[in-house]
Write a protein that binds this ligand. Structure first.
Ligand code: PYC
Length: 332
């Protein structure tokens, strides 16, 4: 029996939680951050469930650990955790990590103004703007993103047959847009979006083999992106992203936004350099942009940028006590 202690900085990015573990994280094996992710999933998933699930976390909880970089061109490595698992990349998480790490002096970028991050999905550059001793905004240059499958057929009991695209932006996202049977996410309660998202995710994982062309360990859909008309002035579109058993992202979802930028660019709906302001279910905004075109294996791809902000909310010392029947958390 042991008590494991984790020192955390808690915060949020545009409304979605970020729990940055600054002490107590495990030593990981692996030559790359992608290999470290696999090692964490094999040996330490109990830390993720203990810190993310109830009673220490909740459905939306999301977090990260910092490690020395495995790459020469990065300042620091990041490992992402959330209720759905250990992600290759997390956009809102990265904006929160960068903000809290800089404000607490945990990292010193080699080049002031940009923090280069070694993530399991690849290098992510985070440009930041300071306002006094606070980080006012962070702009990520995310991993190459691409439209993976277009016009995929799927079925959800309350909606009937759907046609959707699946795009990659650090995670794979089915993107559900207006069509017969589905008009707008505003027509559904959060609980309905969650239930439909789970069913759609299960359907897609049963019927399609969804695998990153360059990394077979990035596979399957664990999220689902419902779209709708925005409510706020300046927004281009709204979205609600499902993850885990019952989470709806309170931020506009950084990897989901990157996936949507790639999808829209591939369909000729978004030009290089044009802003796409993505609005979340609570009205917060990320500014997305296609920086340039590239390729990922055989797929035409883009390099996306996503801008948002985060706030530090407090210190949290969390105990995982083996004597507690709920030491590894639970989901309802
Ligand atoms: O911001 O990339 C993101 C994200 C993934 C899951 C929740 N948020």
């Amino acid at each position: 029996m042991a008590v494991h202690e984790f020192e955390c900085l808690d915060g949020h990015t545009c409304g979605n939680p970020v729990r940055l573990v600054v002490n107590g994280g495990p030593q990981l094996e692996g030559e790359t951050q992608a290999e470290r992710r696999l090692d964490f999933m094999r040996r330490y998933d109990w830390i993720r469930t203990g810190l993310m699930f109830e009673p220490r976390g909740h459905a939306q909880m999301s977090g990260a650990f910092l490690y020395p970089s495995t790459r020469e061109d990065c300042d620091i490595a990041v490992l992402y955790i959330e209720t759905s698992g250990c992600l290759p990349m997390c956009g809102h998480g990265t904006i929160g990590v960068v903000t809290m790490a800089l404000e607490h002096g945990l990292v010193t970028p080699a080049t002031p103004g940009v923090l280069n991050l070694d993530t399991p999905a690849g290098k992510v550059a985070a440009r930041y703007r300071m306002d006094g001793d606070k980080v006012a905004a962070v702009t990520l240059t995310n991993v190459p993103s691409f439209l993976y499958l277009r016009d995929v057929e799927a079925e959800v009991s309350v909606l009937g047959r759907l046609r959707l695209d699946i795009a990659y932006g650090g995670n794979f996202y089915p993107i559900v847009e207006t069509q017969p049977g589905y008009r707008d996410m505003a027509d559904f309660s959060p609980a309905q979006l969650v239930a439909m998202g789970r069913e759609l995710r299960e359907y897609l994982n049963r019927h399609y083999d969804i695998v990153h062309p360059l990394d077979p360990n990035i596979r399957g859909v664990r999220h689902c992106l419902w779209t709708g008309a925005p409510k706020n002035i300046g927004s281009s579109a709204a979205n609600a992203v499902l993850y885990g058993e019952s989470a709806l992202d309170r931020s506009p979802c950084g990897t989901g936004t990157s996936a949507r930028l790639a999808q829209r660019h591939a369909r000729g709906l978004l030009a290089i350099g044009e802003d796409f302001v993505h609005e979340s279910i609570i009205g917060s905004q990320f500014i997305g942009r296609v920086l340039e075109e590239t390729r990922v294996g055989d797929y035409p791809a883009i390099v996306p940028s996503v801008q948002g902000w985060a706030r530090f909310t407090g210190y949290n010392r969390i105990l995982l006590d083996d004597a507690d029947p709920y030491v590894h958390g639970f989901e309802v």
